[in-house]
Each structure stands twice: as C-alpha cells, then as structure tokens.
Design a protein around this ligand. Structure first.
Ligand code: OAD
Length: 234
C-alpha cells in the first residue's frame, strides 16, 4: 500500500457477531427465525404490520443486553486518532459503533434507535417500542411510526456522501459483510476504479473476496485491532 490519507470503512453484521447479535445470513438462512423477505420489505410491513413492528421492537430491546466488542472499540480508536479523512459506513442497524465512541459514522441501512414517520417523514430518536402505535414526536399523528430501517427495494441513506468519500478514498476496508447486498457490495469495485487500495477483513472469504487486493480471514475481534495498530504505526 502506498501513501494513505483517506480511509473508507464498510462494516456489516459480522462486526457485531462477537457482541452476540445474529448475522443475517446464518447457516439456517434465517434472521432470528424469520425469512428476510417476511420482515425486511415494505410489502411485509403492509401485509403484517404487527409482526414486523414486534420483530424490530425485539431487536431494539436486545441492544440493551449487548456491548461493543474489540472490533468496534478499535475502529473508534482509529477514528479518534487518524489525521486524514475517515468515514465508517455501516450496514448495521445496531448502535455499537457509536457506543464504542466512533463519530465519523453513517448508517446506510437506517437505525433501530430511530423511528420514521409515514405521515410527515421526520426521523426521531427512539428507544421504546413502536408496536403499540405511539404518536410521532414531530407531527403528533398516532400510529404512523415505522422502524427507520432501509428495507429491500428502498434506497439506502446518504448515498451521495458515500459516493463522494469513495471517490476520495486511498484505502477501502470491508469488515464482516457477506458482499451479498447492493449497493454496498459494489463499493469495492467503485473504490478500485478510483485508485484506492482494498482490504477485506472477514471470518471467511465472501462473495466479493476476489475484488479485494488483500483478504484476511478470522474473527473481527482479533483482525480489526491488529489492523488498526498497523495503521496507527505507519
Ligand atoms: P451477512 O449476515 O450477510 O454477512 C455477515 C458476514 O460476516 C459473513 O460473511 C460472515 O462470514 C461474517 N462474519 C460472521 N461472524 C464474523 C466475525 N466474528 N468476524 C468477522 N466476520 C464475521 O450480513 P451483512 O453483509 O451485513 O440489510 O448483510 C447486509 C445487509 O443484508 C444487512 O445490512 C441487512 C441484510 O438484509 C438491511 O437490513 C437493510
């Protein structure tokens, strides 16, 4: 790797696995016992609102029982110390990056701790349940809040900011993601086209591994702190 000033880091469910949160594509192909299309689409929400609200209410409540792991903490350390541009783009809807202390962070697939109002479009911080139809803090309409999650068929958040950061990146690092869901799965090709070095840190080779110049296999809790140490020693 040559001179590195600007870093873009993409994270996925694998970075939170060692905190005890299930990844999406486990060996049984289910997410917490559900088919992804039964809980992660606008159609599913229209078909069975109570099921989808209750599913995300459980995921939100589960966050209280988990803590950031060594990988989240190492990225927060890099974020605090890195003098160049740095952006952590997470596909995760948990809040473990920010609880570890990361600040240069965006949630492209939304957040469990946020509610989206179908009436006024406001996004409000949310820590309780949505299933009992609470009023929107912004417009006061009742029963209009849905999980602020980007479901299949919806457009991820802040794509322009991500594209701009990809264009400026000297290094693109992908951590704990299967490379199965676009547009995030295509970031490595975009980064390469703009001249960035590319590195994958994942438990096992992913669907996109062949696109990376370097791939390291192992648990994020070990690989990420070691890589951060390397970066800060440069
Ligand atoms: P996946 O469940 O598809 O992939 C998780 C990846 O993490 C796999 O490649 C695992 O091998 C790897 N992994 C598991 N444990 C690990 C560990 N301890 N250390 C390092 N890697 C580990 O999750 P994502 O790629 O994040 O979208 O899924 C992408 C999107 O699909 C999600 O954001 C979600 C889902 O549909 C939405 O909810 C909108």
């Amino acid at each position: 790797m040559g001179d590195i000033r600007n870093i873009l880091i993409l994270t996925g469910a694998g970075i939170s696995a060692e905190s005890g949160l299930a990844t999406f594509r486990g060996p049984d192909g289910l997410w917490e016992g559900h088919r992804v299309e039964d809980v992660c689409t606008p159609q599913a929400f229209r078909r069975d609102r109570a099921l989808v609200q209750s599913f995300y209410d459980q995921r939100r409540a589960a966050l209280a029982a988990v803590v950031p792991n060594f990988a989240h903490l190492a990225l927060a350390r890099l974020d605090a110390a890195w003098p160049g541009e740095l952006l952590i783009v997470t596909q995760n809807v948990d809040d473990l990056h920010e609880r570890a202390g990361a600040t240069r962070l965006l949630h492209m697939h939304g957040e469990l701790m946020s509610a989206l109002c179908l009436a006024c479009g406001a996004r409000s911080r949310w820590s309780g349940d949505l299933g009992d139809g609470p009023a929107c803090p912004a417009c006061a309409a009742a029963g209009t809040l849905r999980p602020d999650i980007v479901w299949f068929g919806e457009i991820p958040y802040q794509m322009e900011r991500i594209e701009a950061a990809l264009g400026r990146a000297d290094l693109f690092v992908s951590i704990g993601t299967s490379g199965a869901v676009y547009p995030a799965a295509g970031f490595v090709q975009q980064a390469r086209a703009c001249g960035a070095a590319t590195l994958e840190l994942n438990l096992e080779p992913s669907a996109g591994s062949a696109w990376f110049e370097e791939t390291r296999s192992g648990p994020a809790g070990a690989l990420v702190p070691a890589w951060v140490d390397e970066m800060l020693a440069r």
